[in-house]
Design a protein around this ligand. Sequence first.
Ligand SMILES: Nc1ncnc2c1ncn2[C@@H]1O[C@H](COP(=O)(O)OP(=O)(O)OP(=O)(O)O)[C@@H](O)[C@H]1O
Ligand SMILES: [Mg+2]
Length: 150
Amino acid sequence: MTIELPTEEETRRLGQALGEATLTGGVIGLIGEVASGKTTLAQAVLAAWRVAGPVASPTYTLIHTYPGRIYHVDLYRLHAVEVAGLGLEELFEPSARAVVEWADRAGDILPADRLQVHLSHRQAGRHAAVRAGGQLSGEALGRLRAAWQR
Ligand SMILES: Nc1ncnc2c1ncn2[C@@H]1O[C@H](COP(=O)(O)OP(=O)(O)OP(=O)(O)O)[C@@H](O)[C@H]1O
Ligand SMILES: [Mg+2]
């Protein structure tokens, strides 16, 4: 699914829809260059998961943990080989919810069954490509698609 995001407001709207599509659990990986909107999107996902905001990206602390087995992960400062030794796999059980910035630095530790969002710059706005890697995330993508077209 590809989506044009002409304004920051649209990035927030996509984040909210992503969060609502994953209320029962799931991993959302965010990939995109600097300033592509990863943190904006993650904040809206967390708001949809009822995390009281505002939340800052865990760029230095790696993980922010919230009640209800909700995790906000930022792998910016790490390389895949380092991530592999951290035991983060425990965060990514099916009933947990996690949004992971710089997911391309995660190596193999993220479950294949996740939503992956690739953000890129477009003139003034941004472009998002969302794909699912398995059954649960495929169902979430179906919910997202239905909600987005409304
Ligand atoms: N669709 C959009 N159109 C225009 N600007 C946007 C859009 N989405 C987000 N922005 C803006 O882009 C800037 C960067 O957003 P954000 O901090 O979320 O990016 P990031 O990917 O987390 O960056 P970094 O890698 O530096 O942490 C912010 O000023 C934000 O308001
Ligand atoms: Mg950021």
